[in-house]
Write a protein that binds this ligand. Structure first.
Ligand code: AMP
Ligand code: ZN
Length: 464
């Protein structure tokens, strides 16, 4: 079996991946906060996790893929101050918190489908796991990791000797350098497990607890749901790079304190999508959604393709040009597949297909080296030694990982009337009647067909 290597943020090394349980892999991915549309920067995270899952499946593993929807507790800062984003969304749209979350969850699922992201095996909404979250705070309290302030129950990070190991945080340095107003917190890195409802304003979402009416802290949901769905120790935990210093650091602290171990063996993080050198984000307003791409005439799968051309641990600067180039590349690949069945006279040398397959497997098993896998695709397109039908077979195999819907590309069936118009145009061309020939080309375009003049004669293809 070809080994899989993954870069583990916890150890800062590429390590060979071996699952805890024989052939089944437990994977937890931090999902979206559902108070607004997810943007395509967010979706880079979910495409990367989808590719990871597909690589594991390609290698014969079954993947239990859990993903949460944060529908409570994520405040406007990633720290413990500010307003709950879901409550803000509810006020903005004059709807209930539940309606807001329902709407943006449905939109998220719809957009994810357009990007050909497989549905996780387990979706988990934070508000469906309130009892588990309260129970987790109780365990932490029993073990002496909590203290109460006037606005909530906090995790005392000084009680955990290796707090901050994921982000390489240095507790002593932080204390010395901290000029922040701690308020009632004992240490700058302490974080809320349970926040009390404010006395002055009525929250839409609040629950009774042993400590008083309130709502769970953002980090708590992931620890509680991951433990409930995947158990106290599972294989891989993923998310965006911004989760390293706070969210994942605090998830590890909670789970380690409560269950005695770091919950996941491997921690994988994707880098950001940038626009003009700045992180695409809701707060900067420099975002595009999947639907925005469609309005610009870009197939969402062209965006998926674009993310595959960069390694998930490198930043990806997005421009109109890079999106258009990705769309052109995808069209070219689709064109190739549409015509692959027509050419079959060539014989592929024995073992050549297997060599390509092995090379692809080595690339994706090397910490998901999709840029290498994509360059292999183009090398294969241009390889004269291998027949088109054999190339197609390889592409369909690679697409189990790439997820570009290559299996849905069917040979073109050109309607008779279109063929007739194209023939007429060709006759005009032969007779050098350029004006008529141009008119016929335009007519074909209006009917949704393009004519491309090649050395082998005119080729007709649908406009995508
Ligand atoms: P959120 O809905 O804000 O909780 O984010 C959902 C996921 O998207 C998280 O894993 C973030 O780390 C990730 N993310 C946010 N912004 C970007 C970006 N510009 N590029 C890549 N991933 C991002
Ligand atoms: Zn999380």
């Amino acid at each position: 079996m070809t080994p899989i290597f993954l870069y583990n943020t916890l150890t800062r090394k590429k390590e060979e991946f071996k699952p805890l349980r024989d052939k089944e892999v437990g994977l937890y991915a931090c999902g979206p906060t559902v108070y607004w549309f997810a943007h395509i920067g967010n979706f880079r995270s979910f495409i990367f996790e989808d590719v990871l899952r597909r690589v594991l499946e390609y290698n014969g593993y079954r993947v239990r893929h859990a993903m949460n929807f944060t529908d409570v507790g994520h405040l406007t800062s990633d720290e413990d101050v500010g307003e709950d984003k879901i409550e803000i969304g509810a006020k903005r749209e004059g709807k209930s918190a539940r309606q807001i979350a329902d709407f943006y969850i449905a939109d998220f699922k719809n957009e994810a489908k357009k990007l050909n992201i497989k549905e996780p095996t387990d979706y988990a909404r934070a508000t469906d796991y309130i009892n588990e979250q309260i129970r987790l705070v109780e365990i932490l309290e029993e073990k002496g990791f909590t203290y109460k302030t006037s606005d909530g129950v906090y995790f005392d990070t000084s009680q955990l000797p290796d707090y901050g190991q994921l982000a390489r945080l240095n507790a002593a340095g932080q204390k010395a350098g901290a000029r922040v107003d701690l308020g009632e917190k004992k240490n700058p890195t302490d974080f809320a497990l349970w926040k009390f409802s404010p006395a002055a304003a009525k929250r839409q979402q609040e629950w009774d607890s042993p400590w008083g009416m309130g709502f769970p802290g953002w980090h708590l949901e992931c620890s509680a749901m991951a433990e409930k769905i995947l158990g106290p120790e599972f294989d891989i935990h993923c998310g965006g790079i911004d989760h390293v210093p706070v969210h994942h650091t605090n998830e590890i602290a909670q789970s380690e304190a409560a269950f005695g171990r770091v919950p996941a063996r491997f921690w994988l993080h994707n880098e950001f999508v940038l626009v003009n050198g700045e992180k695409m984000s809701k707060s900067l307003g420099n975002l595009w959604t999947v639907s925005d791409l469609e309005t610009k005439g870009i197939n969402p799968l062209a965006y998926r393709y674009l993310t595959l051309t960069a390694h998930y641990r490198s930043q990806l600067n997005l421009t109109d040009e890079s999106l258009r180039a990705a769309q052109n590349a995808l069209n070219k690949l689709y064109d190739f597949l549409r015509e692959a069945d027509n050419e079959s006279d060539q014989k592929t040398p024995a073992d050549l297909g297997e060599k390509y397959h092995q090379e692809f497997l080595l690339a994706v098993n090397d910490d998901l080296d999709t840029p290498k896998a994509i360059s292999l695709v183009w090398r294969l397109v241009d390889d004269k030694k291998i027949s088109a039908p054999d190339k197609k077979e390889l592409f369909l195999d690679f697409d189990r990982v790439l997820g570009l819907n290559l299996n849905q590309i069917k040979p073109i069936e050109v309607p008779e009337e279109i063929k007739k118009l194209a023939d007429e145009r060709e006759n005009c061309r032969q007779e050098k009647k350029w004006a008529e020939s141009d008119q016929l080309r335009q007519k074909l375009e209006e009917l949704g067909w393009l004519v491309e003049d090649t050395p082998q004669g005119p080729k007709i293809k649908p406009r995508i």
